[in-house]
Design a protein around this ligand. Sequence first.
Ligand code: ADP
Ligand code: ADP
Length: 232
Amino acid sequence: MIEMRSIHKTYKRKNITTEALKEINLQVEEGDIFGVIGYSGAGKSTLVRLVNYLERPTGGKVIVDGQELDKMSDSKLRAMKKQIGMIFQHFNLLESKTIFDNVAIPLILSKKPKAEIKKRVMELLEFIGLSDKAKSYPKELSGGQKQRVGIARALASNPKILLCDEATSALDPQTTQSILQLLKRVNQEYNITVMIITHEMSVIQEVCNRVAVMEAGEIIEQGSVLDVFGHP
Ligand code: ADP
Ligand code: ADP
């Protein structure tokens, strides 16, 4: 579903050059809950941003759902981006919009009919267990609830892939558990391939089937969670 071949990424800022990724080879299969773990600065965020083309590689190929991103026309790339949802550490909700509107944003942007938007948003709010919060604003929700809304918004345009960048890092352990269980349901009930970036081993062991371990821009190990980390 996601493949990286010989990926290199170098950032150049004025006269400072950072080699964020060096020779990354990665394979995420359809249906995986794939974890990427490593310390801060290892290159995890850069790696995940290559998948939805927020960053372009300096060298190598990123292939998503059988198509090489660099070779796609702009219109195909826009369509591909809709196949990829993303959630963030700090949720990135719009504070001035209701929960309903936050979830509806991707659908409004792609000009779906109003009735369809309403149906889809209410379905998603039910899925995340927050149907009663449609008219609330983000500031009225707990961190865990906000992340649930982030997940619903990411699912709105029916993606095949959900990217999670430190999505539980701002949450307490119990709330983290409930979000991870929700991600498991996203994977199973919606058949979505999930990629989870984290610095926490417990997150990987809780939900991932496969993992890549990153250190200083390289993947130092990759395989099933059991093979890489052994039995819990
Ligand atoms: P992680 O997510 O594992 O913390 P990042 O991918 O954010 O790692 O960062 C990898 C390296 O690339 C770090 O040295 C970081 O400072 C650098 N880096 C990340 N983004 C940028 C950027 N936009 N411009 C310059 N350097 C960056
Ligand atoms: P927090 O712990 O930060 O309040 P959670 O993400 O654990 O947030 O849960 C948010 C709210 O959604 C809670 O009030 C919980 O009772 C409710 N909730 C969680 N899962 C479900 C579910 N599957 N169906 C209905 N409601 C749920």
